[in-house]
Each structure stands twice: as C-alpha cells, then as structure tokens.
Design a protein around this ligand. Sequence first.
Ligand code: C2O
Ligand code: CU
Length: 477
Amino acid sequence: MRGALVIVLVALAGCGTEGEASLDAAPDSILDASVEDATAADADAASDADLPTPDVPLPPDAVDHDPDPEVVHVRLRAAPREFVVRGETVSGFAYNEVNPAPTIRARRGSRVIIDVDNQLEAPTTIHWHGLHVPFDMDGVVWMGAPIGAGETFRYEFVVSQQAGTYWYHPHFDTERQVDLGLYGAFVIEDPVEPASDLDAVVFFDSWGEAPGTSGHTGHRDGTHLTWTANNVAEGALRVAAGSVVRLRLLNASNAGYLNISGQGMRAIGASQGLLPADREWRERELLVPGDRRDFEVRVGSEAVEIRTAPHTLHGGAGHGDERVLFRIEPTGEAELPSGLDWPSPEIRPSVDPSYTDILYSFQGDTDLERWFINGERFPDVTIEEVPLDSVQIIELRNVSPAEHPFHMHGHGFEILSINDVPVSTYSFVDTFNLPVRSRVRIRLIADNPGDWMTHCHILPHAYDGMMTVLRVLAASP
Ligand code: C2O
Ligand code: CU
C-alpha cells in the first residue's frame, strides 16, 4: 500500500514540465494543474517566464440535499482518482472527485447528515476534526468497524457547540488516505459573523515526503517540502480590489509545519472559532498539521503575499528564506477597505489551580522513529477515565527532541500556561503545538462521553504510537 503513495509523491515531486490531462477528464482536474505547477520551479528560467500564474481554485461548497434550513444533507463518495504524470498513471483518492473535497457549510445548531459511499478498495471512515460529535459519529475504529470497501454509512449529528473552521478526513489507514487526498473543510457559521466579501477555504498540503530521504519522520522542516495551496504551487487568488477576505487556512500535511505571514493580515480565528478581539497581533502564526487559522485580509490595490518562514521540528525557526505560498491579487483599483468587526465577548483565561489531574508526557527518538505518550505506544495504552462534566487539568510535557501538534477528539480545551507563563488572552482550541522540551497546561471540560483519541497530529508519529485514549464516562460523579 505504501508503494502507491511513494509513486505519487516521487512522481509529483520530481516530474518534468509536460503535465498531462487526467484520465477521467473531469473539468475540475485540480491535481493535474498542480502537477504542472509543482514542476514549474524545476523548469529552466526561459520556460518559467512563459507560464502564467495559475489560479488558486476554491473548493466547491457541498450540495445540501435537504430543503429544510435546519438540516444539511451531504453526500460524499470516496473513490480513487487517477492522474497522469509524465505519461505515468499514478493514483490518488478524492471525495466527489475534487481535492480539497467540497466544503460542508452549516449554521450553528443545524443537524448535519453525511452519507458516505466508500468506493475505495480499502475500508475508510470520516473523522470530523474539532467537532464535538457523539462518540459513535467520531469516525474512529476504536470500538466499531470501519466502512468496508463498497459499503455506505450515514453520519448524523447536531453542530451545536461552536462556529468556526473545522475539517474532515479519514481516521482509518489515516496516514495514507489523507496523504492521497481525502480531506475537506467543515465551516460552521454563527448567526453573527464578521461580514467579509469573500469567504475562502485554502488547504495547504506538502509534497515530497518520499521515504528514502528522511521519510515522514518529524525531521521535516517545512523548507524542504513543496507546498501547495488547494493543490497549486505559488498560485494567485484573484479578488476585486477593495474587498475584505476571510481566509480560512488549513494545514492538511501529514507532517509539515508552516509559519504564516502576509502584509496587513490579522488572525481572527483559530481551531475552535473566532479569537478574542483583545488577542495581541502576531507577525507570524504557526500553522501545524491539523490546525486552522482564519485571517482577515484587506485587499487594496496591492497584492498580498501569503508566505511561510522555515520552521524546524527540532526547536522552531529554521534556516533559509521565507517562501511565497500563494498571492491574493486585486483586480481593479481601490482604497484599502476597513477591517472586520464582530462581537467578541470578553472571556478571561481561567486561573490555573496548580494541581494536575492527568499528565501526558510526549517522548520519542527521532533516530529510532519511536514515539510514545507516558512510555506507551498505541494501542497498548492505559486509558484514563474521567467523570462526565468534570473539569480536568492536564499537563502536556514534551520531553522529546521534536515538536508535536497535540490534538484531542470530541472536545476543545483551554490553554492555561506555556512553560509556566499564563496565557494573556483566552485560548480555546482542539490542536496545539508542543514546542521541544515544553510544559503546556490545559483545562478540559469533559462534557462528551466516549473514548476519545488523544494524539500527535504528525500522522507518522501518531501511527507509530503517539496516541492514547481519554475515556469520558457516561455518568456524572
Ligand atoms: Cu485530525 Cu485524530 O485527527
Ligand atoms: Cu509528534
């Protein structure tokens, strides 16, 4: 199974300039465009100059098959997709034949029904990353079976907790299936949202993590990967001058980190919804695998370059220059518009009570490629059990030589402190980077019963063992 992956990645990373039309000739052959784009960098300068900047396509919105405004009913068909690279046919996967998959949009409080038709040759599931869904809808195979090849499954839940930018991806055979293209955004809107002119979902993914270099190991330093935005390298999103864009950025890479900046861009949302208005402005925002960040981008008459600075998993800023991921290009001329406004309730960060209910120690060895939590490797793990509706103070200690994007299913959690420094503004997230040798304390309200996967979102780390289970019991104390 690994072989197919290797072929795709090697081919995409190393192919020449003669991209071919896709076999199935779908009009949305986004990946084919990226094949050409990704290779443009390797082409000689003369032919480079002739290539127009490709468009960054936005993923389509999923079709809602239910007329009831309170219900969103979506159909997703997971199936292989073939691509021709340099005359060679290579295989990837897609939902509804597009990558990124259709964006599911729902209003807070809606019932969402997703019918999945598995036309892959392998079992699959869908996990709703960041959503507080009932455990049996979480898409993990801890207790249940995956959706077999050729089978269908209906996911159904109410999105009541939080608005914001989420995503969906398989949670079975995860490392391979996500890498081959199975992911899409899930946007939940509140009745009152900042009024942008364009709401744009952009997924970053990385290419070139072929084994034989250093593999999917966590040695990844974003610098050495080819990054695409909605499958296009260094493309342009063209918008009318004078508009305000709400840019929802997601990192679907298995292991690559991004450290994002762009002139005048302001982060307005993170993994569990809008940020408090009093959060300090940061020149860069780290976007780790699995994480999301919403930005306000005010577009005047100048293009805005969305860049990444090198970031190494071994301790932060890496060597090398910033690179452009894509550009937002204005069409026409206009003044810089004013920024977005939204009601942002003043929530003060909780005070750290200084005791610890649960300790997760992240351990590992980058040479041996062994990753543990508390000395255990999934699935041979000790399950922590906590009563329903209890407040849990969890200490995350990273004693390994690599960073880890910590992710917990079924809940969001509040960051209390990082290396003993209390956070200055309220921060409620579902994915959080643990720097090397750090101590991060979080507060969890265990309000969703189930056996929740708790893991590093560097998928090779998770599937090497850096994953455990937090059991929230069905009854209160
Ligand atoms: Cu994106 Cu276990 O998650
Ligand atoms: Cu990790």
